[in-house]
Design a protein around this ligand. Structure first.
Ligand SMILES: [Zn+2]
Length: 337
């Protein structure tokens, strides 16, 4: 009986153990499942949180990209600017072989290009050499040799106050009625007489309306125009200031009459196509006011010699452009030899 009751106890204990074991397994299983679920939830919420709050994403991303995320004012702008300047200098250097490239104007070329990015470099260099990166009558150069027939007189180039050319008086028969005594330099005088005579054979009468003017006369004309109530800008667009007038050279002649009615004459039709053969150019052409500083003046002829006049006539550029592109480099070359 003792053995039986012992066996029975062992059975009961074993049964309890098995039940405990099962309970243990179930609890363990629940615990394990619970934990696993919790981790999945963390992960899910974590992802959702990152997506819902982009700020966190930024914070995380900011760390490895710290150098690329300078605030605006702390941008390394100096490096960027110097790179741009380097590029412009390099671009400009491609044009340094142009005969009219002037090394000491480099900074002005770069600055003018920044203001006019659409202009090709040839134009930039030409315009700066003329002086167009400065206002008219700014940065004025006093002319060395006013007696040269190729002299450039404009708003940036002034004849010396005491400049006086050698002059020849024109016969009144080749002057417009009532204009008084007229004078030109000898070469311009001879060319004008020849042109007048050739035109006369065709039944045309090309007369001198205005020729040489002294600096005093030019001052008077300009002051008078301003005192008449016109704006300085308007006066400057048609009248030169003292020392800046081509009429002071004795190489310029206003023909027939100095207003736009001249365009309606047969004489204009002829001389606008033939004056260059005698050495004259229409010095202030249409639509070039931004270069010459003067409105179109169909009556104002300037003597530069037949060769140069023909080149300008054919290329349709202003004398200002021709001078800095073609003549100035030759003059500079001669001065260095
Ligand atoms: Zn004139």
């Amino acid at each position: 009986m003792k053995k039986k009751s012992v066996r029975k106890k062992i059975h009961i204990i074993s049964g309890i153990n098995i039940i405990l074991l099962i309970i243990l397994i179930i609890c363990g299983s629940i615990y394990f499942q619970g934990n696993k679920g919790s981790k999945d939830n963390d992960k899910l919420y974590g992802n959702e949180t990152e997506e819902v709050l982009p700020g966190m994403d930024d914070e995380i991303n900011d760390i490895p990209h710290e150098q690329a995320s300078y605030p605006e004012e702390e941008q390394p702008s100096k490096d960027i600017v110097s790179n741009e300047e380097l590029t412009e200098s390099q671009e400009l250097a491609l044009y340094s072989d142009l005969p009219y490239f002037i090394g000491e104007n480099t900074e002005r070329y770069i600055n003018y290009k920044k203001q006019n990015p659409d202009y090709p470099y040839e134009k930039i260099i030409t315009y700066v050499n003329i002086g167009l990166d400065c206002e008219f009558y700014e940065n004025v150069n006093i002319i060395d040799d006013g007696h040269d027939i190729t002299v450039l007189v404009n708003k940036y180039n002034k004849l010396p106050d005491d400049f006086k050319p050698e002059l020849v008086q024109l016969d009144s028969a080749i002057c417009a009625p009532g204009v008084g005594p007229q004078y030109l330099q000898k070469q311009a005088f001879e060319a004008f007489v020849k042109m007048h005579e050739d035109a006369k054979k065709l039944g045309l009468n090309i007369t001198a309306y205005g020729t040489y003017r002294s600096i005093e006369t030019q001052h008077w004309i300009w002051n008078n125009a301003v005192n008449s109530g016109r704006t300085i800008e308007d006066v400057d667009s048609l009248n030169a200031r003292g020392g800046h007038s081509e009429h002071h050279t004795g190489l310029a002649v206003d023909v027939i009459i100095n207003n736009y009615s001249v365009e309606e004459t047969e004489e204009f039709q002829w001389y606008s196509k033939n004056a260059h053969k005698y050495g004259f150019i229409i010095r202030y052409p249409k639509d070039k006011e931004h270069i010459t500083g003067y409105k179109y003046e169909p009556w104002h002829l300037r003597y530069v010699g037949p060769e140069i006049a023909s080149e300008i006539y054919q290329s349709n550029i202003t004398y200002d452009e021709y001078y800095v592109q073609i003549l100035q480099p030759e003059i500079n070359l001669q001065n260095t030899q």
